[in-house]
Design a protein around this ligand. Structure first.
Ligand code: SF4
Length: 183
């Protein structure tokens, strides 16, 4: 059984985790990562992001759970929301999927605290993300650690940290529908 200072950190991508991981460690947490990844398209992009994740967790010296890559399941779960704009209902479903899976995993691993890197993005709805994290943590019987990583120049710090670690930094959020926003 782990003690109360263990935390499972949902990692959406390595660059976004480059600030939350060291900051949580500096707060005294024993951090374990969780990477979902099935929202990422195509496969070679997934592989690039996984490679960056391995660099980051290797550098930080933490363990990281990687979910099975199952884009079919992700596509099924967001079916009907293909035309939603970025930041709309498809993204809410995507966050919910990842945070629900993470909260369940934390419970299964005996880790009492849960958090996400998603709130480092200047483009994402941090209120919604923290509300979903809170909801799924409560239903799994664990504690949500509410953080807004983009505060205090968090995003800029992550750009710098990623550069120092040589991490691949993508130019779209991840799913096939977010690619068109970059065209
Ligand atoms: S744009 Fe990003 S958050 Fe929204 S559905 Fe696609 S991968 Fe998920």
């Amino acid at each position: 059984m782990t003690d109360a200072k263990d935390i499972l950190l949902h990692i959406c991508c390595a660059p976004d985790a480059s600030v939350p991981v060291p900051d949580l460690m500096a707060e005294g947490w024993r951090v374990r990562g969780y990477f979902y990844g099935s929202n990422i398209h195509p496969l070679d992009e997934y592989a690039r992001r996984l490679d960056a994740l391995n660099t980051l967790v290797g550098h930080a010296g933490i363990e990281c759970e990687v979910a099975e890559y199952d884009p079919g399941e992700w596509l099924e779960r967001v079916a009907g929301l293909e035309d939603e704009p970025e930041g709309g209902r498809r993204c809410e479903r995507c966050f919910a999927l990842q945070l629900e899976a993470g909260a369940r995993l934390a419970k299964m691993l005996g880790i009492e605290n849960f958090c996400t890197t998603l709130t480092i993005s200047p483009h994402k709805n941090v209120k919604l993300i923290n509300e979903l994290g809170e909801k799924f943590s409560r239903s799994s019987g664990i504690v949500w650690q509410n953080r807004i990583w983009r505060k205090n120049n968090g995003f800029l710090r992550s750009v710098r940290a990623s550069r120092e670690l040589g991490l691949y930094r993508q130019n779209y959020c991840g799913c096939v529908y977010s690619i068109r926003n970059e065209e």
